[in-house]
Design a protein around this ligand. Structure first.
Ligand code: HEM
Ligand code: NAG
Ligand code: NAG
Ligand code: NAG
Ligand code: NAG
Ligand code: NAG
Ligand code: NAG
Ligand code: NAG
Ligand code: NAG
Length: 519
């Protein structure tokens, strides 16, 4: 319904300069969507998916829970002093225990979404991405997304509106959050096109329904409760609505009735008249809701799909061969066996090279708003490019049927100053490994260390720099020397970090691929 019009706003240039580990990861989460059990979107596909008690016959949905969670996380914002906002403070038990946060929707949401946060993508960003996914995958408009939310380290003061609050209090609450009365009417309607009110946390609003297809007794806000549409408005205006916050038996808790009618129905009437106006209004307001962050937090530009995006570049030094594996993903490029894609690169010795990426190595993926095609570096299976270590590689460019893709002349910079070395090995007797990393001679390396990722007891992922590598005295070849460290324990949460020319780089430990030999 909306993608065609919105596609026009995707620029012909990339959204940001590659590489940018944080934004690269957000871009992948937003756009590299394959519906499988390991992807975030799986949890809202189909839209009535519910991973809490009762599953799809509960009357509830992850989609509705995720949108409500984002609003309640944001709702503590104070626009005057810049405190509160989208900062994942809703993950603290103290906030979830408040009456204003009744129900298990927040713990359900966090139990799925927290695990998708990474060192680069905060829990607050993941809560925002979850809300975007729920809306976009369930019939709603595309929501422009910015990254960079910061996880709070403690709960925010209370401040979420409740159904029994009077209208003036709701107007004041939304003003404190930074929204006008008209925006309040709109945002409540945008949220309440999903889900409903459950009996259990709100027994005074919703009676027990004894419906085997709605085991948690949820009185839905409109007749299409897992789909974004303007039925919340059309049903309200036509007087057929069953919205429990409009036609509830206790008028004190009919907050939607007071809010929707507070401008003489002008806003709700306009939404009932125009699904497109409703969608575009909600896209803008959801974006503002998600971008409401504590002062001092700097969000990125809007992240659109990258048109040309290298991924997972990894260097491995194998004696006299510097192996470079990775892939490049082209957005909106359909599969075509006759297309010629070439990787062009410059080396440290002033040389320029090219390698045709074979179409047999192409793979296509369906995205929500387009199709993307990937080509793997190298020309045989997953061997990657086999480079002369002395020459190495400094920057890449790509050519697609003769059209040059080079980020507006900047190229795609890669860092071959350090590379995992295949001289790494395991000591059979005690599970300790000798990790060898090859360092390019002459590189301005100020430190080389193991990074360990850990989730703290609030779910936030942090990185600590642990063991430092030391020169081993061994040379790998004329261009690289070996640094080494002995470590026991699982390699899977470890990365190699290096500071080169004052800039920190990080790469996955390529273990155990292939499995390390014995020392
Ligand atoms: C005065 C403002 C608001 C009040 C009083 C209010 C009240 C409520 C109540 C009582 C529920 C039932 C929760 C449950 O049973 O689990 C609910 C559900 C929901 N609210 Fe609101 N709400 C307000 C504003 C918003 C806003 C601004 C949004 C999002 C933009 C939103 C999104 C939702 C969603 C998606 C649900 C369904 C949750 C589910 O079915 O699991 N609400 N709201
Ligand atoms: C918002 O912050 C201002 C400045 O600190 C304060 O005066 C005001 O009381 C706060 N508003 C609410 C509703 O807490
Ligand atoms: C209506 O709701 C209010 C607020 O929850 C409550 O104080 C009042 O007792 C309720 N009235 C009836 C008749 O249930
Ligand atoms: C708004 O519309 C509803 C449904 O038609 C109606 O019951 C209500 O009286 C209207 N409110 C105002 C303030 O016009
Ligand atoms: C995708 O390809 C179609 C067909 O060539 C084109 O109309 C559209 O503008 C392209 N979109 C982007 C984002 O490049
Ligand atoms: C594969 O690429 C290498 C350069 O990396 C080149 O020397 C070789 O000729 C290519 N082989 C084929 C079959 O294209
Ligand atoms: C494991 O064995 C290696 C080689 O014998 C030794 O250097 C290392 O200290 C041992 N590590 C532990 C944790 O025992
Ligand atoms: C790693 O362990 C081996 C075997 O004990 C030892 O020879 C080597 O010196 C150790 N390396 C470091 C950096 O400690
Ligand atoms: C190496 O990098 C550090 C950090 O940026 C810088 O202070 C230093 O001057 C550099 N040394 C050389 C020789 O370039």
């Amino acid at each position: 319904m909306f993608p065609l019009a919105l596609f026009a706003c995707f620029a012909t240039a990339n959204a940001y300069l590659w590489p940018n580990p944080a934004l690269d990861e957000v871009e992948s989460l937003l756009y590299e969507i394959v519906i499988d059990t390991s992807s975030l979107v799986f949890f809202v596909s189909p839209c009535d998916t519910f991973t809490g008690t009762g599953g799809t016959i509960s009357g509830r949905s992850n989609a509705a829970d995720w949108i409500r969670t984002a609003y309640h996380d944001m709702a503590t914002h104070n626009v005057t002093d810049g405190t509160g906002g989208m900062d994942a403070s809703i993950r603290f038990a103290e906030e979830q225990a408040r009456l204003e946060n009744a129900g298990d929707g927040f713990s359900n949401t966090l139990s799925v979404l927290t695990g998708f946060s990474t060192r680069y993508v905060s829990i607050a960003d993941i809560l925002a991405i979850g809300a975007v996914m729920a809306v976009e995958r369930c019939g709603g408009p595309q929501i422009p997304f910015r990254a960079g939310r910061v996880d709070a380290t403690e709960p925010n003061p209370p401040g979420v509106p409740q159904p029994q609050d009077p209208l003036q209090s709701h107007i004041a609450t939304f003003a404190r959050e930074g929204f006008t009365q008209t925006e309040m009417i709109s945002l409540v309607a945008c949220g309440h096109t999903f889900g409903g009110v459950q009996h259990d946390p709100f027994p005074n609003i919703v009676p027990e329904l004894t419906d085997p297809g709605n085991t948690q007794s949820v009185a839905h806000f409109d007749t299409t409760n897992v789909h974004f549409d303007n039925n919340v408005a059309t049903e309200y205006i036509s007087g057929t609505t069953q919205n429990p916050l409009v036609v509830g038996f206790n008028d004190t808790t009919n907050s939607d009735k007071r809010i929707f009618g507070s401008d003489g129905n002008v806003t709700m009437q306009s939404f009932a008249n125009s699904p497109d106006l409703f969608a575009s209004t909600c896209a803008a307001l959801f974006a503002r809701m998600l971008d409401t962050v504590p002062s001092g937090v700097q969000l990125s530009d809007v992240i659109n799909p990258m048109l040309v995006k290298p991924a997972t570049p990894i260097f491995t030094l194998d004696g006299d061969v510097l192996r470079f594996t990775g892939r490049v993903r082209f957005w909106n490029l359909t599969a075509n066996a006759n297309r010629v894609v070439t990787l062009l690169w410059n080396d440290h010795l002033g040389g320029a090279h090219s390698s045709t990426l074979l179409s047999s190595l192409e793979s296509s993926t369906t995205y929500p708003y387009g199709v993307a095609t990937s080509y793997i570096f190298g020309n045989s299976s997953d061997d990657g490019l086999l480079l002369d270590p002395a020459a190495g590689i400094t920057t890449m460019r790509f050519s697609v049927d003769g059209k040059l893709e080079d980020q507006g002349g900047v190229g795609f910079a890669v860092q071959d100053g350090f590379a995992f070395s295949t001289t790494s090995c395991f000591f059979d007797n005690n599970g300790t490994a000798q990790y060898d990393v090859a360092v390019r001679n002459g590189v301005n390396l100020t430190s080389l260390y193991i990074e360990t990722e850990q989730r703290d007891n609030t779910g936030h992922v942090g990185v600590t720099e642990t063991a430092n590598f030391a020169p081993s005295g061994r040379t790998a070849n004329a261009a690289y020397s070996i640094w080494t460290v002995n470590l026991s324990g699982s390699p899977f949460t470890r990365y190699v970090g290096a500071e080169i020319d004052g800039v920190k780089f990080s790469t996955a430990l390529v273990i155990p691929l292939p499995a390390l030999p014995s020392c």
